[in-house]
Design a protein around this ligand. Structure first.
Ligand code: ADP
Ligand code: MG
Length: 313
């Protein structure tokens, strides 16, 4: 049976922790990720790809900062759009090339995507998402004074980082265009980096200095395109209870009720596995058939029900 599947890649799938982040490194990682996607396409599935952008937007912010005396720095929403373009381009070219070697002619399109958030979302009063570089105490103080940035100390990694709000995604602004592209047979890459957060203000859309979690945005995307499966690909094969403790239990197939219970018990870390499980739960609550959380390597097996953490009603 063929399905419509939204695949969400972690930023790590495109830029590994210890890498420098050269274009060649990222292209090689994207190639590996696209091999997994191509396999699903050649099995007849219709796929929509979304992706993280943490390391890439960090690099763009740093470039902005270093060159700010010569070229005006861009705000966070514009930097988000830039990374959707750069990562989207790499995926669309790589996936097209892999499909061609399999004799599959498909249009692969990435779409700069805005995601609506609520200006009164409580996240705006409590910024939590660290972005960009690490700074010394004096530098952090200067950013707060001069730009009004909220800075938080990360003692473990020895520095201060800017934190921005991470509001809940409400809807994908370009959803009808994404749907038409899919219906025409194209493979669409959308809502990269969680989408560009926008608010509606007297009828107009306006970008905001915030970051949307890419798994939560991917879930909204999956409902909008009426996907059968939401597949979140990360660097662990399964979500676990008592993660990293001696009594760790990896989760296989679980019910929505079980997922809700474990989520409420706090087994999944905020900012990493937490939003993945929440996205998986919401997808089923909103009428999706199946949510899968697994690694890139296990994608095919998980789709056949033989690997990963699988949540159904
Ligand atoms: P991505 O870039 O794919 O979004 P994240 O780093 O945000 O990846 O999330 C994946 C990470 O979540 C895993 O590498 C793991 O360290 C962490 N994690 C936190 N809690 C859990 C849990 N309960 N089970 C499995 N992994 C967990
Ligand atoms: Mg993540």
């Amino acid at each position: 049976m063929t399905e419509r599947i939204v695949i969400a890649f972690g930023g790590n799938a495109i830029l590994r922790a210890k890498q420098k982040g050269t274009a060649e490194e990222q292209q090689a990682n994207v190639h590996t990720a696209c091999l997994a996607v191509a396999e699903l396409v050649s099995d007849g599935h219709q796929v929509i790809v979304t992706h993280g952008n943490g390391p890439q937007v960090g690099a763009v912010l740093l470039q902005n900062e270093i060159s700010k005396d010569q070229v005006p720095a861009m705000p966070l929403d514009v930097c988000g759009a830039a990374t959707q373009g750069q990562i989207g381009y790499m995926i669309q070219q790589s996936l097209t090339n892999i499909l061609l070697t399999k004799g599959i002619m498909k249009l692969v399109v990435s779409l700069v995507t805005q995601v609506l958030v609520d200006a009164s979302d409580s996240a705006f009063q409590n910024p939590t998402k660290p972005i960009g570089s690490f700074y010394k105490t004096e530098e952090a103080e200067a950013f707060t004074r001069e730009k009004g940035w909220v800075m938080k100390e990360d003692k473990a990694r020895g520095g201060w980082r800017r934190v921005v709000p991470s509001p809940d995604p409400i809807s994908i602004v370009e959803r009808t265009a994404i749907k038409s592209l899919l219906d025409s047979g194209a493979i669409v890459i959308a809502a990269g980096g969680g989408g560009i957060p926008v608010v509606q203000c007297e009828g107009e859309f306006r970008g905001v200095e915030a970051v949307i979690d890419k798994d939560l945005a991917g879930q909204r995307l999956a409902i909008d395109v009426q996907a059968d499966t939401l597949m979140i690909l990360t660097d662990v094969a399964q979500a676990a209870l008592h993660f990293n403790a001696p009594e760790q239990i990896n989760l296989g197939a679980i019910s929505l009720k079980e997922a809700q219970l474990y989520y409420s018990e706090g087994h999944f870390k905020a900012g990493s596995m937490g939003p993945k499980i929440l996205a998986a739960i919401r997808f089923i609550e909103d009428g999706g058939k199946r949510s899968i959380i697994t690694s890139l390597e296990m994608a095919g097996e998980a789709l056949r029900g033989q690997a990963g953490t699988i949540i159904k009603s």
